[in-house]
Design a protein around this ligand. Structure first.
Ligand code: HEC
Length: 279
């Protein structure tokens, strides 16, 4: 062993390319690299995992260019068997090396099979809260899905999918909800966001405004630029209604004189309760 090593060193020293040799002597040619004369070709047949997540994929290899091939995968130990079994989906780097040490490296990709949605029935249900008329949208739509593979993502009217099953600040209207499961299978449902009904205190005030003010404010005239034919103008103008019709400030409305005390109380009660369409 020692002797062989010594011999090798001697050979190396002898054949070392002495490029700065001043003697100008002719150098012996370097020993030919066996791998420069041969090209190793590596091919493989991939079998993907049978179902998503399974570890039963394989790569069957065939190599040419020399003999005595051994193979390794992802830098592991070399084996002489030309097949790697029990592989999950992923990227693999395989090296084939012949008995002269010449090698070739090829990358392989094993993919999980694309799951089929045939026979998958995704049931989607959606519940919506109401908006308050005349106010900015505060409704929510809550979705649930079943029948597919979790996790689900959801979208509204074909918009972007989101993981959360609650949609917030939804405007009044009709919506189509789509739920997509982990395999890309889809189910639909529709729901409607309504405006809540008018509250009892607002309804009383609206009635008295229609009876006492509408003629000059929205019916025939829009005196002072004020129209109460739109319910939301009653809501947004409530403090002016209070000033004119309850306090008579700067002068009473209707102009003929303040409303009866009971009617004025209805305005006060409604505003004290919040003065909203829903109150
Ligand atoms: C017969 C016609 C008439 C009736 C009925 C009437 N208004 Fe008026 N209103 C006017 C005129 C004219 C103006 C513009 C002059 C003014 O501001 O006084 C006006 C202006 C207003 C304004 C705008 C000015 C402000 O102070 O902000 C409000 C609010 C108003 N009215 C509320 C009411 C309410 C509430 C009622 C019913 C309870 C009512 N009015 C009934 C004729 C009427």
């Amino acid at each position: 062993m020692k002797l062989t090593a010594l011999l090798y060193m001697l050979i190396i020293v002898l054949f070392l390319p002495t490029s700065c040799s001043k003697t100008g002597g002719i150098l012996p040619p370097p020993p030919p690299d066996p791998c420069s004369l041969i090209s190793v070709n590596l091919n493989g047949v991939v079998v993907n995992p049978s179902v998503s997540g399974a570890s039963d994929g394989s790569i069957t290899l065939s190599a040419s260019g020399g003999s005595g091939f051994t193979f390794n995968i992802n830098g592991g130990a070399f084996q002489s068997y030309h097949k790697f079994n029990n592989l999950p989906a992923g990227n693999y780097t395989v090296m084939a090396r012949n008995s002269d040490g010449c090698s070739s490296v090829v990358a392989f990709l094993l993919s999980n099979p694309t799951p089929s949605c045939t026979g998958v029935n995704i049931t989607v249900s959606a519940t919506a809260t109401n908006n308050v008329f005349c106010e900015s949208s505060t409704a929510t739509i809550t979705v649930s899905a079943s029948g597919g593979t979790a996790p689900y993502t959801y979208n509204l009217n074909g918009g972007a999918y989101q993981a959360a099953n609650v949609f917030t600040n939804i405007a009044t209207g009709s919506y189509m909800i789509t739920a997509k499961d982990a395999n890309g299978c889809i189910g639909n449902a529709s729901t409607t966001v309504n405006n809540g009904t008018a509250g009892p205190l607002f309804t009383q005030v609206r009635t008295l405004v229609r009876n006492n003010c509408l003629y000059c404010h929205g019916g025939v005239f829009s005196s002072g630029g004020v129209s109460y034919s739109d319910d939301c103008n009653i809501v947004s103008g409530k403090l002016r209604i209070q000033a004119r019709a309850v306090d008579g400030n700067p002068s009473p409305m209707p102009q003929s004189g303040l409303l009866p005390a009971a009617d004025r109380q209805k305005i006060i009660d409604w505003i004290n309760a919040g003065g909203r369409y829903s109150d």
